[in-house]
Design a protein around this ligand. Structure first.
Ligand SMILES: [Zn+2]
Length: 166
């Protein structure tokens, strides 16, 4: 079992453990970069990839499922934000807080970066179903870890909720 992230006619196929690593390093980056409302909606999409909440092997998304924006300028800004998030994660941003050494994370991030780079976001509302609405954006920040969280687990971030001993 695993999860698939799609876009630009390409797939990033990850095992359940690989998905966890991939989303963890993105969460650490997005939590410090998010500024505009859209950024917090993207962060909420990432929180929805938590398999402890959604089920093992039951996550993944397609770049077409993302509501990139209502105009070409908005789409470009959103895409730039995702690429900045991936870029920050590639700098091993806050990886020391993970409590583990994320193996292969760099490779996952590079594959995802390449998918996003070659993806051309389309403005309008025909896509974007399943993308968190402005009301569903990740507004809560865990006080202990300073990581964004959103429904369905307002109680804490992924590090708070992780069933691990560290
Ligand atoms: Zn936390």
């Amino acid at each position: 079992m695993g999860n698939v992230f799609r876009g630009s006619g390409r797939h990033l196929d990850l095992s359940n453990g690989g998905t966890e690593v991939f989303i963890d390093v993105l969460m650490l980056a997005v939590s410090d970069l998010a500024d505009a409302e859209w950024d917090y909606r993207f962060a909420a999409l990432l929180t929805l990839q938590d398999q402890n909440v959604m089920g093992r092997g039951a996550v993944g998304f397609d770049l077409w499922d993302i509501a990139w924006g209502a105009s070409t300028a908005e789409c470009a800004r959103s895409k730039d934000f995702v690429l900045r998030t991936v870029g920050l994660a590639l700098c091993r941003h806050r990886w020391s807080e993970l409590g583990y050494d994320p193996p292969f994370a760099r490779g996952y991030l590079l594959q995802f970066e390449s998918m996003v780079k070659s993806f051309v976001p389309t403005d309008g509302t025909q896509f974007g179903e399943g993308f968190p609405s402005p009301e569903e954006r990740a507004v809560a920040s865990c006080a202990r870890h300073r990581i964004l969280s959103a429904l369905p687990h307002w109680e804490g971030c992924f590090l708070c909720n992780r069933p691990r001993s560290y």
